[in-house]
Design a protein around this ligand. Structure first.
Ligand code: SF4
Ligand code: SF4
Length: 395
């Protein structure tokens, strides 16, 4: 197993993401025996980092992870958990919610604790004075209940910089969506550079983009294997991440034993990705993208009578075009109504200024329709908000 040094800790570079355990579709129950078997294999292979979150698998991920880990000494592994600020029904007793996670995880401290899912929308909750989240978590850290504090992030690079500027020296690591596709699609390169330049460790989530990079189009996979025979599609993505020196932990949400085996093989020894392989991965990424080739030059924004942040909106558009997830919706939720794509009046001033000849008004019209069709974060968060109310006996 490859290991990273983080403040003197030896972290396995492959982390076990606990958000995709196999469940029985009829009962929704997690197959605990399978989780135990996967953990046994992973631990034998040197994995010592396990990542869960309060809302994963309807609150059952923490329990299943704790059950599997309870068979090992607490000091032999690291647990990461997350505070669900993005799903709060309103201001709550933050310490009580934290203690609930501790109890479910059968521990009295978290090695790593993250503010979960900061975006342009959820940042208002995380920063809201009435929510008092960060001060409460810093107090828990002082008490030794949190060893290392970070956050997971799904917003744009601009927000990342602003947020870190607002809280200098508070966070030690940041978890971002990073893979060879999002390197450009979600501007992950810029986020990686921002974090690296500030001395913050980079933790990676979605290394395989929800599994899409683990099962490429046959032709793409064959071209990769012509360079390195016998290797899985997923292994190329992981080796790309291994080549980034500030990536400390790569989280893989494994739910099958053969995935664990394949990942262990990939993280067994350092096999740096070659320039030729990287070029091919970027070429494959380009072929997977849908949407518009916006370079964020911002030539279009000055003349917009509605003062729309066009590159930001097109980032969301491209994300939607690649896969319909809640992330771009969440980012649009974070905008005032008058800044959303539906505010475009179709004057076309922007299109005339765009060196990429993008039909911006058409893209914004389509984006407005995609957003209106949902899913919207504010709606999808409701069941999680209700679960927190129940868990904290707020009703
Ligand atoms: S077409 Fe829409 S986005 Fe473009 S300048 Fe006019 S209002 Fe702004
Ligand atoms: S001018 Fe075109 S390429 Fe530049 S930011 Fe605007 S849409 Fe993107």
């Amino acid at each position: 197993m490859l290991y990273s040094d983080f403040q003197g800790l030896k972290l396995s570079r492959l982390g076990f993401g606990c958000m995709r355990f196999a469940t029985d579709p009829a009962t929704g129950e997690i197959d605990q025996q399978k989780v135990n078997d996967m953990f046994d294999l992973a631990i034998r292979g040197g994995v010592n980092y396990f990542d869960t979150a309060y809302p994963y698998l309807g609150g059952k991920s923490e329990l299943a992870m704790a059950e599997a880990l309870s068979r090992y000494p607490r000091e032999s592994y690291f647990i990461a958990d997350k505070f669900p600020g993005h799903s709060l029904p309103g201001p709550v007793d933050n310490a009580a919610l934290f203690r609930l996670s501790l109890k479910k995880c059968r521990t009295d401290y978290f090695d790593f604790y993250l503010l979960h899912n900061i975006t342009e929308w959820s940042v208002r909750i995380y920063e809201g004075e009435d929510y008092h989240i960060l001060p409460d978590l810093l107090r828990l850290k002082e008490e030794g209940r949190i060893r290392h504090l970070g956050f997971s992030f799904h917003g744009g690079a601009k927000l990342l910089e602003e947020y870190l500027d607002r809280h200098p020296g508070v966070f030690e690591f940041v978890q971002i969506q990073l893979n060879y596709l999002d390197w450009s699609l979600q501007d992950a390169k810029k986020k990686y550079d921002i974090l690296t330049s500030r001395g913050l460790g980079v933790w990676v989530m979605e290394p395989l983009r929800g599994g899409k990079l683990a099962s490429l189009a046959p032709e793409a996979g064959e071209r990769l294997r012509a360079l390195r025979p016998g290797k899985s599609d997923a292994s190329f993505s992981f080796r790309f991440l291994q080549s980034l020196p500030n990536v400390k932990v790569v989280l893989s949400g494994m739910n099958e034993v053969d995935q664990v085996e394949d990942n262990l093989r990939t993280f067994e020894k350092d096999e740096p990705i070659t320039g030729e392989e990287t070029a091919l991965l970027f070429e494959i990424a380009e072929s997977m993208k849908r949407g518009v080739p916006c370079t964020a030059c911002r030539y279009c924004t000055a003349g917009c009578p509605m003062q729309l942040d066009i590159p930001y909106l097109l980032e969301c558009y491209n994300d939607y075009k690649y896969a319909s997830t809640v992330t771009p919706a969440m980012r649009l939720d974070g905008l005032e109504e008058k800044k959303r794509p539906s505010a475009c009046i179709g004057c076309r001033k922007c299109a005339r200024a765009c060196p990429q000849s993008i039909d911006i008004p058409a893209a914004l019209k389509e984006l407005a329709a995609l957003y209106a069709a949902g899913p919207q974060w504010a709606v999808t968060a409701k069941p999680r908000q209700e679960a927190i109310r129940r868990d904290l006996h707020m009703d």
